[in-house]
Design a protein around this ligand. Structure first.
Ligand SMILES: [Zn+2]
Length: 270
């Protein structure tokens, strides 16, 4: 589930809790989350090191280490961070725990283990190696850059939005919201969009992601804080279109369910 807005909030959480702290030791509770990276190497790189700065790119959170290198965090479907003082508060599904000098802890939790924790020498090289496109909220990702990303593509617009190599940060849930706000059908072929539809889509990307962050994506009461014309609170509850009242429709593609309004988001004529 964590998409760009959720990971941005993880970044802000880390910045106001663990940033600037020195790691005393590292507890790896489940080495699978490290992939091929040996636990000893991971622990040695972090022990005695300080969390210096953080950076988000798409759904990845990168934490610069004072000595050298970066800690990389990807949250998959169920990942998160938890900062606490008392070990009795260590949350379930804690896969990696950083114990800081001064006694506090930061846990990387992940129930379904679909994320990844690792190390990188350089943040930009990591982003390139992961084949990530520009971050969707980066100001450098402007309408011209969006047009360039869409050029020569012949696919449905939803799969384009979710393609991390074209544009990093958007997953299934925010793709649906963006398409609803832009009034585009998930299966609309991108090559058939008019110039004004492309502009509308670009604005919806920026607006929806920024609004979700402002409304504290993922936090309690998040759905109630969203604007009244948002689709997201109506998902998974046989909801109706907040704009026209029509029952929402769903369609399945690549194992993911899309929610949309069949009246506001017309299926393109083929
Ligand atoms: Zn509608």
């Amino acid at each position: 589930m964590p998409e760009l807005p959720d990971v941005e909030l993880f970044k802000r959480y880390l910045d106001r809790t663990a940033l600037g702290q020195t790691i005393r030791r590292v507890q790896v509770n489940d080495a699978r989350i490290l992939g091929d990276l040996p636990v000893e190497r991971f622990a040695a790189a972090l022990a005695g090191n300080r969390l210096e700065a953080s950076r988000r790119h798409g759904k990845h959170l990168l934490v610069q280490l004072a000595r050298s290198g970066w800690l990389t965090l990807h949250f998959g479907m169920t990942g998160g961070l938890s900062y606490f003082e008392d070990l009795a508060d260590d949350p379930p599904y804690d896969r990696i725990r950083l114990d800081f000098e001064g006694g506090r802890h930061l846990a990387y939790t992940n129930r379904r283990m679909l994320g990844r924790v690792g190390l990188a020498d350089d943040a930009d090289a990591f982003i390139e190696a992961e084949e990530l496109g520009p971050d969707a909220l980066d100001p450098a990702f402007n309408e011209a850059a969006f047009a360039a990303a869409l050029a020569e593509r012949r696919r449905d617009v939803k799969s384009i939005l979710m393609d991390q190599a074209l544009l990093a940060g958007i997953g299934n849930i925010y793709a649906d919201e963006i398409l609803f706000q832009a009034r585009l059908h998930p299966k609309a072929p991108v090559e058939g969009l008019t110039k004004s539809e492309r502009s509308q889509l670009f604005r919806a990307i920026k607006d929806v992601l920024a609004t979700a962050i402002e409304c504290s994506a993922g936090a309690e009461q998040f759905l109630d804080r969203l604007p009244k014309n948002y689709l997201l609170p109506q998902r998974d509850r046989d909801g109706r279109c907040p704009r026209c009242g029509q029952p929402l429709a769903t369609l399945k593609a690549s194992g993911r369910t899309s929610y949309y309004c069949p009246r506001c988001q017309r299926e393109p004529r083929s």
